[in-house]
Write a protein that binds this ligand. Sequence first.
Ligand code: FAD
Length: 360
Amino acid sequence: AVNPAPGVDVAVVGGGQAGLATGYYLRRAGMSFVILDDQDAPGGAWRHTWSSLRLFSPAEYSSLPGRLMPRSPGGNPDADHVIRYLADYEERYSLPVERPVRVDHVVRAPEGFRLATDQGEWRARVVVNATGTWCQPFWPTMPGQRSFRGDQLHSASYRGPDRFENRAVLVVGGANSGAQIAADLAGVADVTWCLRGKPRYLPDDVDGRELFRVASQRVRAMAAGEPDPGGVADLGDIVAVPPVRAARDAGRLTPNPMFERFTGDGVAWPDGSTRRIDAVIWCTGFRPALRHLRELDLHEPDGSVGLDGTASTRIPGLHFVGYGDWTGPGSATLIGVGSTAKATVAGITECRHLTSTATL
Ligand code: FAD
């Protein structure tokens, strides 16, 4: 007889910071759970950023619940420091992470859900999605894009300035990635930075601490039923981390209006002006990685995924953690994800799915 697929109270899909923070609270709640992650090693999306990327907050403002991130020598932590911290966190709390395991389909079942993965099936009463956005880069389409003969890549695949030395590079996007990559290239390439509107820098003295304060104040106000004081997006889009500030103050971070179309060897603006471009880096953001949920009737008629807190309003027992404002102010940051992970696990412990009679 074939062994039945292993069954747990909660299956967490994704083993980045959001999945680990959720695991921390599931462990404290004494629930049986597994964290399924498709990477070969700890760190989530931090394993795929460019080497000069630094957090916009100091270490002590970038900690997951229960464990302070060690200080990093010489300013804000870089991606390697975060990866070491996340690997240590998994070990410290002996979190049951199965990797590399890719969850391909999640369907409903009498006991809750069945998860088909590339390493076999899992059964769970509750599923928490913590799959992040890194593996779902958003590429806009522009007229003439197909006839453009230069290179194109998304910020998700940017690994540093070397391959762009002395080339004409177009950086598209006015948020953190756009500003940080344009600054990273400013010294070695001929950079054209294009964005919609003007760059909205946060005040120079504002870093992740202020972002966290504003996000926490918003969570408190909304929990108390007070009017929404506005989120960090109202403050601006770009944290002026040191490399961005240096390039901006040296006049090497000049914003250009969005171009209108591609030509064979560059781009053209509405006024007819053109520029020859060798490569385009799309710093145009990401979307939540939810492909594995496509069999579930997840979306509201307007295409959105309705949530009550972090719980799906259409699929009982399905939760989302770590995707940014949509799942809780600050939830896409290291320091902010803890509170939504805690609220999610509190919600799961109260919900009826765990007491359902169907055997696991
Ligand atoms: P991820 O880190 O992406 O983890 C999700 C995991 O799930 C990944 O390992 C992924 O491979 C896996 N996965 C996805 N789909 C599946 C599947 N079907 N099956 C199995 N596994 C799957 N935050 C800060 O706090 N401070 C900063 O300074 C900061 N700077 C940032 C700079 C940039 C350029 C970017 C892009 C983000 C930054 N963030 C910052 C935001 C945030 O911290 C990161 O995006 C972080 O990686 C989000 O963590 P996560 O766990 O939600 O997602």
